[in-house]
Design a protein around this ligand. Structure first.
Ligand code: AMP
Length: 207
């Protein structure tokens, strides 16, 4: 297996696809968003620092996330490949990553902006990590997997969503050209079902 990056706007389904890839290819799924949220929940110094940025829909400073990813990639389970979800999100992060890792492929999950806005507004999540869209819940408010009450991420509130999309356009979208220039970009038009998109992802990975 290779060292893979998933690119895509917030709500494009990076987390969902990364989890499927991790399972299928037995590599760790490294989500900077998940690591930061866990630190916020545990009240660590990193979490306290990150919370203000996340709640505003802004990016956590580059040095903070670069440091935590560099540490994570040194762990034993990353020796045979990994899937990075939500990192890099800026050109300086991508450059820092290139200094410590050999990235083989950047998969861009390409979803139209109007679809993204609808998805983030309807996203419901559980502390266990499951994610749902309100339209599929039929009024159910509890997690189908573990039974806990579902909630809306603070950064999925409308004003914050608008800000996250602006940040994406300004700071993260340039990464598409960055990896294209390195000949590492694969773009997947991702408007189908989760399974259909995963089938496309597998084609690219098995190539
Ligand atoms: P995510 O779960 O990937 O959507 O991340 C949620 C939030 O965590 C983002 O809106 C950012 O505030 C922060 N975050 C996650 N990954 C990064 C990153 N690579 N660089 C900066 N901030 C990040």
């Amino acid at each position: 297996m290779k060292n893979i990056i998933l690119l895509g706007a917030p709500g494009a389904g990076k987390g969902t696809q990364a989890a499927l890839i991790a399972k299928q290819y037995a590599v760790p799924h490294i989500s900077t968003g998940d690591i930061l949220r866990r630190n916020i929940k545990d009240g660590t110094p990193l979490g306290l620092k990150a919370k203000q940025f996340i709640d505003a829909g802004a990016l956590v400073p580059d040095d903070v996330v670069i440091g935590l990813v560099e540490l994570r990639l040194k762990e034993e389970d990353c020796k045979n490949g990994y899937i990075l979800d939500g990192f890099p999100r800026t050109i300086p992060q991508a450059e820092a990553l290139d200094r410590v890792a050999n990235i083989h492929l950047a998969i861009n999950i390409d979803v139209p902006f109007d679809v993204i806005v609808g998805r983030l507004g309807g996203r419901r999540v559980c502390v266990c990590g499951e994610t749902y869209h309100v339209s599929t819940l039929n009024g159910e408010t509890k997690c189908k997997k573990c039974g806990k009450e579902l909630f809306i991420r603070d950064d999925d509130k409308p004003e914050t969503v608008r800000n996250r999309l602006k940040v994406y356009e300004e700071q993260t979208q340039p990464l598409i050209d960055y990896y294209k220039a390195q000949g590492k970009l694969a773009t997947i038009p991702a408007t189908g079902s989760i399974d259909e998109i995963f089938a496309e992802v597998k084609k690219v990975l098995d190539d």
